[in-house]
Design a protein around this ligand. Structure first.
Ligand code: ZN
Length: 149
């Protein structure tokens, strides 16, 4: 179990240091800004939805702690090519994983399961879920910034 935990930490640290899809999307048609005052994490999500409601491109900018940056980075990887319904379903799975409510499906979560350890640190849960709440706001085209408070 300790080996698994080390592996999980390694994945999170890697994405925290070298975030994937850390850029702006010139063709983005959905954007949202999220803020976690508890930790100071800031994230801006850029989403390009095609006419069929499929995530053609998703990327982000911002500054935050390793957990929030890694979570956003891995979310962008997980959501590319997904439909709106699949994106929302994955959000539900991830939320269940982080908060310990409901029964997350490890098969659907894939690599995102590395965040299961966050459940033991409730004050870091907002760092891990900020990107996902912000992504949902972008999908709904909500104008006001997302705050975890
Ligand atoms: Zn944070």
């Amino acid at each position: 179990m300790d080996d698994l935990r080390d592996l999980y930490q390694e994945v999170i640290l890697d994405h925290g240091k070298h975030p994937r899809n850390f850029r702006k999307a010139p063709a983005a048609n959905r954007t949202a800004h999220g803020y976690n005052p508890l930790c100071g994490d800031q994230v801006e999500i850029f989403l390009e939805l095609d006419e069929g409601g499929v995530v053609k491109d998703i990327c982000f900018q911002g500054s935050g702690c390793a957990i929030s940056t890694a979570s956003t980075s891995m979310m962008t990887q997980a959501l590319k090519g997904k439909t709106l319904a699949q994106a929302r379903a994955l959000f539900e799975e991830f939320h269940a994983l982080i908060t310990g409510t409901g029964e997350p499906d490890p098969e659907k979560l894939g690599k995102l399961a590395v965040f299961s350890g966050v459940r033991e640190f409730p004050n870091r849960a907002k760092c891990a879920t900020l990107a996902w709440h912000t992504m949902c706001a972008a999908l709904e085209n909500r104008a006001e910034p997302v705050s975890t408070e």
